[in-house]
Design a protein. Structure first.
Length: 111
């Protein structure tokens, strides 16, 4: 089970105040969701936040990488065009992929 988020961003510089706020929101959101036991692969001790496409806020993501979420270390994975098959608790769909959102959601539903 994963969560797909799409935040339409304005053009901002990486690690700007706006970008840091968006990243903090993602982190807090992930921390306070009650994740079902099946949301994690048993052998991994990471919480995977996957980013599909490019967005100006991704420069701020390292500020949360490695922080704990439900006893697991937050790991950020980047994907240029194809959504990951599995292994993501959250899939962030960047604004660069807005025109393909319907196809991306169809692909994710198949997993």
């Amino acid at each position: 089970m994963s969560l797909v988020l799409m935040l339409l961003s304005t053009t901002v510089q990486p690690a700007s105040k706006s970008a840091l706020v968006k990243v903090a929101y993602l982190y807090k959101f992930a921390k306070f969701v009650e994740w079902p036991a099946g949301a994690f692969e048993p052998e991994t001790q990471v919480f995977a936040l996957c980013v599909l496409g490019t967005d100006s806020f991704v420069g701020a993501l390292p500020s949360i990488e490695g922080k704990p979420i439900q006893g697991r270390k937050l790991e950020i994975k980047y994907f240029a065009q194809e959504p990951p098959g599995q292994g993501c608790q959250i899939l962030f769909v960047s604004s660069s992929e807005a025109q393909r959102l319907s196809a991306i959601l169809t692909d994710v539903e198949r997993v």
